[in-house]
Design a protein around this ligand. Structure first.
Ligand SMILES: Nc1ncnc2c1ncn2[C@@H]1O[C@H](COP(=O)(O)OP(=O)(O)O)[C@@H](O)[C@H]1O
Ligand SMILES: [Mg+2]
Length: 228
C-alpha cells in the first residue's frame, strides 16, 4: 500500500516539484504514473525511496509513515520496496547471481537464505542459465530481468519502476511487462512510470497522470492520454 497525504515538495532552488498530492494505491494494484517531462514523476519516486524528504505532508508504505523513519533504518524500508530503473544499474564487476545476492547481503540475509532464494528468483525471470555471467555479456532485456530479480529477491510488498522499458525494443519491452504482470499476480503492488503509450493502452490498468506537480487524472483501466 502506498499513500501520500497532502504531499508538497519544494526543492532548495525554489522549484515546487509536487503540490498537495493525495493518492492511495492499494495492496495488489498495478498502476501507471504518466505525465510530461518535469511533471514530478521522479520526485515522487525519490520521496518513496527517502532519497528526498517532502516539504510537507505524510507518506505511508504499508501503513508506516516513512517520513518518521530514521536514515539508519532506510535499508530495512528498502527491503519492502523493490526498485527498477530504466538504465538497470547493475554492478558491472559482479555476476548475475552476485548482483541479485547483493540485495540480500545489504539486509544481512544468511548465506543459506541467499543460496536458496537467488536461484528461485533467477528461475522466475528466466535467467537460470545466466547466473555466472557478467552484465556486459547480457542483452538489454536480460539486464532488466536481472534488475527485476534483484528488486524482488527480498519479497517486497511494493515494486516501483521508473521507465523500465525505456531502453528496450518493443518486443523485449513486452517480455518485461509479462514478468511484471506475473509478479503483480503474486500479490506485489506495482507502480510504474512510463512513456510507452502502447503498453499503457493495452494493459488496461489504473493510470495516474501528473502535470506540473499535481495529479490531473486518475482512472481505473485508463489510457495513456498523450500523443508522444
Ligand atoms: N534535485 C533537484 N533540485 C531542484 N529541482 C529539481 C530537482 N530534481 C528535480 N527538480 C525539478 O523538479 C521538477 C520535477 O522534476 P522530476 O521530478 O524529475 O520530473 P519528471 O520525472 O516527471 O520529469 C522539474 O522542474 C525539475 O527541474
Ligand atoms: Mg523523471
Amino acid at each position: 500500500m502506498i499513500e501520500m497525504s497532502n504531499v508538497t515538495k519544494k526543492y532548495v532552488n525554489g522549484v515546487q516539484a509536487l503540490t498537495n498530492v493525495n493518492l492511495k494505491i492499494e495492496k495488489g494494484e498495478f498502476a501507471f504514473l504518466v505525465g510530461p517531462s518535469g511533471a514530478g514523476k521522479s520526485t515522487f519516486f525519490k520521496l518513496l525511496l527517502k532519497e528526498e524528504e517532502p516539504t510537507s505532508g505524510k507518506i505511508y508504505l504499508d501503513n508506516q509513515d516513512i517520513t518518521k523513519v530514521s536514515r539508519r533504518k532506510v535499508p530495512y524500508l528498502r527491503r519492502n520496496l523493490g526498485v527498477i530503473f530504466q538504465d538497470f544499474r547493475l554492478l558491472p564487476n559482479k555476476t548475475v547471481f552476485e548482483n541479485v545476492a547483493f540485495a540480500m547481503e545489504i539486509v544481512e540475509a544468511s548465506s543459506k537464505e541467499i543460496r536458496r532464494q537467488v536461484p528461485m528468483m533467477l528461475g522466475m525471470v528466466g535467467l537460470s542459465e545466466r547466473a555466472n555471467q557478467y552484465p556486459h555479456q547480457l542483452s538489454g532485456g536480460e539486464k532488466q530481468r536481472v534488475s527485476i530479480a534483484r528488486a524482488i529477491v527480498n519479497n517486497p510488498s511494493i515494486l516501483i519502476a521508473d521507465e523500465p522499458t525505456g531502453n528496450l525494443d518493443p518486443e523485449t519491452a513486452w517480455e518485461i511487462m509479462k514478468v511484471l504482470r506475473q509478479i503483480n499476480r503474486r500479490g506485489t503492488t506495482i507502480l510504474m512510470v512510463t512513456h510507452a503509450k502502447d503498453i499503457v493502452d493495452v494493459m488496461q490498468q489504473r493510470v495516474i497522470a501528473l502535470e506540473k506537480g499535481r495529479i490531473i487524472r486518475d482512472e481505473a483501466k485508463g489510457a495513456y492520454g498523450y500523443e508522444d
